[in-house]
Design a protein around this ligand. Structure first.
Ligand code: SAM
Length: 270
């Protein structure tokens, strides 16, 4: 080992160390193909969910709500709707293709403001009337401490009296009913999905192979941490947020261990 290292000049070592690593899945997957595969996660679903939250008094009306931050907004389906209803909205995401789709849908309107940025370093100081983290947009990093830092960053953003809505998958439901393999069609694409649990890292892994017939399929691997509701609750409490609701799905049903989702709403103590 010694002679091998000594035979490589310092300048070459520096070059090897700075070779670009393969980007993690969450930096490369969210593009037009993602929108095609997840087309059922559409503005209609977003509208129903926001209507339900508003009807239950969990998000304030526009006149009483300060700025809204839609963090990991994707193609901005929630941002666009809230903006159309009179809220001042800023959506942040890392994916340029999804932000472009959001901007195309916005058309000539000036809002929502859509910016590219890293959830781990949101360029805001706080003061939000409403913070949204929707459709399992957290837990993408392999390192638990790094995910916890992202969550702490989000918890700092609501102003006193401001709300935070978190929508994630429910780990207990996922573990109990994991479908190891399934196939579906999207247009003329064949979509094959394989799922498995990675207990050592507490993640679920979904491998998706898809594409039109007679072509080499594209393969994508999604990997998400399985954080229980309490993983989010502890830091929220410590940050001075009071829990207002815990839903088990977008339809507003009460959370139970066998519910498909975990949707938590908090308010920062005034
Ligand atoms: C499952 S999608 C959800 C999008 C949107 N919230 C919705 O409901 O349609 C997850 C989003 O998180 C974004 N994302 C993942 N990691 C991110 C990061 N570190 N910073 C900003 N956005 C990120 C992805 O680009 C993607 O748009």
């Amino acid at each position: 080992m010694g002679p091998l290292v000594q035979s490589v000049p310092d300048s070459d070592l520096a070059r090897v160390n700075t070779l670009p690593a393969t980007p993690p899945w969450h930096q490369s997957w969210f593009d037009q193909d993602y929108l095609t595969l997840y087309q059922h996660r559409d503005p209609g679903e977003a509208a129903d969910f926001l209507d339900r939250l508003a009807a239950c008094g969990l998000i304030p009306p526009p006149r009483d709500c300060g700025p809204v931050l839609d963090l990991a907004c994707g193609a901005a389906r929630h941002s666009l709707l809230l903006s159309a209803r009179g809220y001042r909205v800023l959506g942040l995401d890392w994916s340029q293709p999804l932000l472009r789709a959001g901007l195309a849908a916005r058309g000539e309107a000036r809002e929502p403001v859509l910016v590219r940025g890293d959830l781990g370093r949101p360029p805001f100081r706080g003061g939000a009337g409403l913070v949204l983290s929707l459709f399992t947009s957290l837990g993408y990093l392999d390192d638990d401490a790094a995910n916890a830092r992202v969550w702490d960053g989000l918890l700092a953003l609501p102003r006193p009296g401001g709300r935070l809505v978190l929508d994630t998958l429910n780990p207990a439901w996922l573990r109990a009913g994991l479908v190891a393999e399934s196939e579906r069609r999207v247009g003329d694409w064949r979509v094959l999905e394989r799922r498995c649990l990675l207990p050592a890292s507490n993640q679920v892994e979904k491998t998706i192979c898809f594409g039109p017939p007679d072509s080499e399929p594209r393969k994508v691997v999604e990997r998400v941490k399985l954080y229980e509701p309490d993983w989010f609750r502890g830091p929220a409490r410590a940050a001075g947020l009071r829990e207002l609701a815990h839903w088990g799905d977008l339809d507003g049903r009460a959370w139970q261990p066998d519910a498909p989702r975990s949707i938590l709403v908090w308010e920062r103590n005034a």
